[in-house]
Design a binder for this molecule. Sequence first.
Ligand code: GDP
Length: 310
Amino acid sequence: MQEKIRNIAIIAHVDHGKTTLVDAMLKQSGVFRENEAITERVMDSNDLEKERGITILAKNLSIHHGGYKINIVDTPGHADFGGEVERVLKMVDSVLLLVDALDGPMPQTRFVLKKSLDLGLKPIVVINKVDRPGARPAEVVDMVFDLFCELQASDAQLDFAICYTSAKMGYAMREMEHPSENMEPLFELIKENVHPPEGDAAAPFQLLVTNIDYNDYIGRIATGKIFNGKVSSGETVALIKRDGTISKARVTKLLGYEGLKQVEIAEAFTGDIVTIAGFTEVGIGESLAAADNPIPLPYVAIDEPTLSMN
Ligand code: GDP
């Protein structure tokens, strides 16, 4: 299973087509919105986000395609709220840098791109809206290349994979000369260029909490990636607070991502991103770990220069 997971984030300037791209990918994987008339979309659903035109909460979704599970985590686009960008990027093994084929890269995508490069991630560049009249994909690729240079990307990062898409029309191409009818080329690029999550499936359970939410029925819920081991619903797990204090509680609900929904699951394994209920005191950046061997993951400090997956 771990081998078949790909964890990615999408970095995009507002309006460059992130939501439309995710919709096109979901559609190809057979997930259709239950009510097409309701146009409220996943990555836009937060009111505050809409109001400010930026993304504040990390919201994740998962796409099953060709035997793979692609988890897409959302990233804050602009300002960094208490190191949130780092925490989100710590869950992923690559980012899709989505750029409008006419407008080119915008200054606002720089921040998250820089963080990604600094953390050693190798982005995949997605040039979207190639159907737009006046689209200039080759020129935009050059602009992206220059931006990478400016941000001091490594040689490996500069050797980025490119995909050309029209999220609106639902197609993707690896080269402009090879038109395709669907999003398949993008899925292939993700499978080939993003490595599966690292981590030891046999080691004691460790999860880094990236997001906290509250649900009327199940209370405080914590979302994050399982860095090592596995966890089961009903299991007693240790919460390791930022100050090192350890308490234990039962996992009252374990939720996984299925398309746009979160569904209850019995078990979750290394590399996957899950939501856990049962911990009333849990905070962002803290660890959940095996009760009999509670080892915290490093608390993610702001502007931490290196990324260690284990
Ligand atoms: P987001 O803010 O990055 O999530 O962008 P949206 O997905 O909401 O897209 C912004 C606008 O661009 C919408 O009007 C989309 O219909 C349009 N759009 C998205 N992808 C494409 C595309 O591939 N081609 C064209 N022509 N328009 C697109």
